[in-house]
Unconditional design. Structure first.
Length: 267
């Protein structure tokens, strides 16, 4: 009777909102139960097509309920609140995981999601622990931590930098760098600040790579960047944008390894 009760409690129809969360659902073996995702999710090329139900911060109640879900899982920025309340009142289980800013939190999310999905988490946990240990060893070999700046750029509107509490900040620290800005969230940078921050590397999301000509356009839009160590060496790095959605996830670990490889060769 106990086994039967547990089996009935495992959700068979799951909607995942947020790329990092969906990655974990798939890694844990929950793909067969996945019935829809949000627009921030990139599914594997060989995965079956799924309905897309809005963006994880602005989920439409009607679109979600039309899928007849048993479980909606996402990060703590999933919303809006009235949508979540309506779904909960309709009998849908809502699970919100903290957006991980550290390897420890990512491991906790894996364990929690495994419990919710009724899937064993040991294999995924071991893989993540091995990657985190490898990154820790790689960080330890750095004689000094390079100064890194992550920006969102728009011609004529300057640069916004990612500060603490953001996914780029977590990625920079995981790779072994130091974020040159210490404010919270994203803020506009003055021309003078760009020079004073003296970044060794400048990062941006790969969805801007073509627009920025792999970073070269930044030196045209913001000529003062040429005075920085990164500008002088054209030290730019395009980060997989999906690795920056919803906190640290499996894609973030892969990108942190790539970034660490870059800065290690450059030391």
């Amino acid at each position: 009777m106990l086994v039967s009760s547990v089996a009935l409690a495992v959700p068979g129809r799951v909607i995942s909102a947020g790329h990092s969360i969906t990655e974990l659902v798939l890694a844990l073996g929950g793909g067969n139960n996945l019935i829809a995702v949000d627009s921030s999710t990139r599914l594997p090329a060989d995965f079956r097509p799924l309905p897309v139900v809005g963006y994880y911060r602005h989920l439409p109640a009607e679109g979600l309920l039309a899928q007849n879900p048993q479980l909606l899982v996402g990060g703590n920025h999933m919303g809006p609140a009235n949508t979540l309340t309506l779904l909960e009142n309709s009998g849908v289980e809502i699970v919100q995981l903290p957006e991980a800013q550290s390897g420890e939190q990512l491991l906790e999310n894996i364990q929690r999601l495994g419990e919710v999905l009724g899937k064993p988490a040991e294999a995924v946990t071991q893989s993540v622990e091995e990657q985190l240990a490898s990154l820790a060893r790689a960080r330890a070999t750095l004689t000094q931590r390079p100064r890194i700046l992550f920006v969102r750029a728009q011609s004529g509107r300057g640069l916004k930098a990612a500060g603490t509490g953001t996914s780029p900040d977590s990625l920079i620290r995981l790779a072994g760098g130091t974020n040159v800005v210490t404010f919270d969230g994203y803020k506009q940078l003055s021309d003078e600040a760009l020079v004073e921050l003296r970044p060794d590397w400048i990062l941006f999301s790969d969805d801007q790579a073509e627009q920025l000509r792999d970073g070269a356009e930044l030196l045209v839009w913001q000529p003062l960047l040429k005075l920085t160590p990164a500008g002088k060496r054209a030290a730019f790095f395009a980060v997989d944008g999906y690795a920056l959605l919803g906190g640290l996830g499996l894609a973030s670990l892969r990108e942190a390894k790539k970034l660490n490889d870059k800065i290690s060769v450059d030391r």
